[in-house]
Ligand binder design. Structure first.
Ligand code: SAM
Length: 233
C-alpha cells in the first residue's frame, strides 16, 4: 500500500510520487502508464491510483479512494520501553497487527538512556508505524504515548484503561496461560528485558491486571509481544 497525506495532493486532486516511493513503483512493481497502484490516505480511505505519467523523476497518480481501512484490534498495548532497535521493530508490528493504542512506560529495569533515543521523536515513531500500516494495508496511525514515570501511570491512568476490558500482565512464571481476546477488548502489559520487579507486578495487579504466562520459556520482548498479539488477533 502506498500511503500519502492529504497535503501531498495537488490542487487538481492528483498525487505526485517521487524519491523512494517512485523507486519502489518502478523497480519493485514495474508500474507503467495505465497501471493501478494500491494507495491510501493516512488516517483516511484506501483505494487505487491510476498511473497517468511516470518517468525517473516523478509519477503522477489519479486517486480513487473508495474503501474504509480494516478495523483495529480492540487491544491496548502497554509496553516497558525497549531498546531502540527493538522499539523500531515493535512499532512496525504494532501498526501491522492493528493495535489500537500503544503506551510506552518506564520501569526500574528500563535503561535510562532508552528515553533519549531519537526513535522516540514523533516523526520517527510515525515513520515506523507507517511502514507497518503499508505492510498490512491499513491507513490509521495508532496513538503512541510515553509515560516516563511508572507510579503516576499505574495509579492515575491505568485504572481508566483497565475498566471494562480484559486486562493482562504477561510475566514469566507459574501463572494461568494467556487467554484469547474477548469482545470487550483487551489491555496487555509486557515488561522490560530484565522483567518487572515484584513491586511493579503488585502495582499492575492492584490496578486490575491479571498475571498470565506464555509457558516456561523466557521470550525476548519482541517475540513475547508478537506471540501475544498473534493470540489476541
Ligand atoms: N528475566 C525476566 C523475568 O524473568 O521476568 C525476563 C523478561 S522477558 C525477556 C521480557 C518480557 O517479555 C517479560 O517481562 C514479559 O512481559 C514477557 N515474557 C517473556 N517470556 C514470557 C513468558 N514465558 N510468559 C509471559 N511473559 C513473558
Amino acid at each position: 500500500l502506498l500511503l500519502f497525506s492529504r497535503s501531498e495532493l495537488g490542487s487538481d486532486g492528483l498525487l505526485s510520487v517521487d524519491d523512494g516511493r517512485l523507486q519502489h513503483l518502478l523497480e519493485v512493481h514495474g508500474k507503467e502508464v495505465g497501471d493501478t497502484v494500491r494507495i491510501g490516505e493516512i488516517n483516511g480511505r484506501m483505494g487505487h491510483g491510476k498511473v497517468l505519467s511516470i518517468n525517473t523523476e516523478v509519477a503522477v497518480l489519479e486517486p480513487t479512494l473508495d474503501q474504509l481501512p480494516p478495523a483495529k484490534l480492540p487491544l491496548i498495548l502497554v509496553l516497558a520501553l525497549p531498546r531502540p532497535k527493538m522499539l523500531r521493530r515493535i512499532l512496525r508490528a504494532v501498526a501491522e497487527f492493528g493495535v489500537a493504542e500503544l503506551h510506552l512506560i518506564n520501569s526500574l529495569r528500563v535503561e535510562k538512556s532508552f528515553w533519549q533515543t531519537p526513535v522516540l521523536d514523533p516523526d520517527t515513531i510515525r515513520e515506523y508505524l507507517l511502514q507497518g500500516l503499508e505492510q498490512s494495508r491499513d491507513t490509521v496511525l495508532p496513538p503512541v504515548s510515553c509515560h516516563r514515570r511508572f507510579k503516576p501511570f499505574v495509579e492515575d491512568l491505568l485504572p481508566d484503561l483497565v475498566r471494562g476490558r480484559q486486562s493482562l500482565l504477561a510475566h514469566p512464571g507459574n501463572y494461568p496461560p494467556c487467554p484469547r481476546s474477548t469482545d470487550s477488548g483487551t489491555l496487555l502489559v509486557v515488561g522490560p528485558e530484565g522483567g518487572f520487579i515484584p513491586y511493579e507486578v503488585a502495582k499492575l495487579e492492584a490496578a486490575g491486571c491479571k498475571t498470565v504466562s506464555l509457558g516456561p520459556r523466557i521470550l525476548r520482548v519482541e517475540n513475547a509481544v508478537t506471540s501475544l498479539l498473534g493470540r489476541l488477533l
